[in-house]
Design a protein around this ligand. Structure first.
Ligand SMILES: C[S@@+](CC[C@H](N)C(=O)[O-])C[C@H]1O[C@@H](n2cnc3c(N)ncnc32)[C@H](O)[C@@H]1O
Length: 302
């Protein structure tokens, strides 16, 4: 497949931007609708649209201002670009109070364009929320966040990929995919276990393995093909439970590169992510000779 530059307006830690080409190797044919119920930065939907993997898209997430931001990016890109530029230009690198003022404003009014600025400027682009849903992450003191010119290009690019063929859903993943049928494909990327607990949580909501399994079973009963990024390993540290064998998922291991946390700790650990596949729209990429060598894949069946 020819390489196409895919725009990314929301710089979100945990984005599947780098792994999207490897994940797409597991898709067989073109889906009528691609559902991404844990969309975050929507990296897989953007990749899929740029590469003709689906005709239509459903972008879902339980974080309401994020879905509002997506709607605006797609349907009113110039409003988001100008709003972001105005906020970005108001800051000075030495003035950390500016970020905190914007954060307070966001926490009071949940304005989606303020959220875009917070995500772009915060430490490691890693969102953190308190139990009551307030954004708690701090400013990265060494950089100002994506330049408005680059942001404008990304926003316009994302809008032209998704405009007129995307629906937005704010709420729980299980409801988001309830209308998917046999010609559709569902790509799920729930929060890793362990990332949603503790004092400041990475995402506003937590997802139990049992709830994921229930939704997978419901999809299988309707013959809806699915791909799921779930557990993983960094070095010899495993994240997440195994999924039950009765789901008959095929499990592939994708090399996600060196973990940034491990690099910070001076370690050399590579992160390996599991991708689970089920259904007629998915295929064994391990059998594909053209697989990108930077994302080696090994096949095992659970
Ligand atoms: C691992 S991130 C997804 C990252 C995404 N694949 C990307 O490329 O940016 C998980 C996302 O799921 C959302 N989320 C958490 N619990 C959810 C739930 N129960 N239903 C829907 N979305 C949920 C979070 O707000 C977060 O944006």
């Amino acid at each position: 497949m020819a390489s196409v530059r895919v725009p990314h307006p929301i710089p979100y830690q945990g984005s599947k931007r780098a792994l999207a080409p490897a994940i797409s190797r597991f898709i067989n044919g073109r889906a009528r609708t691609l559902y991404e119920p844990f969309a975050g930065s929507g990296a897989f939907s953007l990749y899929a649209s740029a590469h003709g993997i689906a005709d239509r898209f459903v972008i879902g997430d339980c974080l309401e201002p994020l879905i509002e931001l997506w709607k605006l990016i797609v349907e009113n890109p110039s409003l988001v670009s100008s709003g972001y530029q105005k906020i970005w230009e108001g800051q000075r690198i030495e003035d950390i109070f500016y970020f905190n003022t914007i954060r307070d404003k966001f926490n009071a009014g949940r304005d989606p364009i303020l959220l875009l600025y917070l995500v772009a400027r915060c430490v490691k682009n890693a969102v953190r929320f308190s139990k009551d849903g307030r954004f708690t992450q701090s400013a990265d003191k060494r950089r100002l966040g994506m330049h408005p010119d680059k942001m404008r290009n990304n926003i316009e690019g994302a809008s032209s990929l998704l405009r007129g063929r995307t629906e937005f859903f704010c709420g729980d993943f299980s409801t988001c995919v309830s209308s998917a049928g046999p010609d559709d494909l569902v790509y799920l990327d729930p929060p890793y276990q362990g990332t949603t607990y503790g004092r400041d949580r990475r995402y506003v909501s937590q997802v139990e393995t049992s709830d994921i399994c229930e939704t997978l079973k419901a999809l299988q009963l309707r013959d809806v093909s699915l791909l799921l990024s779930y557990d993983g390993m960094t070095g010899d540290k495993k994240h997440g439970d195994d999924l039950p064998s009765e789901l008959n998922l095929k499990r592939f291991l994708l090399n996600a590169g060196r973990s940034s946390q491990a690099t910070l700790n001076g370690e050399n650990a590579i992160t390996v992510e599991s991708l689970y596949a089920w259904g007629h729209m998915t295929q064994s990429a391990a059998l594909s000779p053209s697989l990108d060598s930077s994302h080696q894949v090994t096949l095992s069946i659970v």
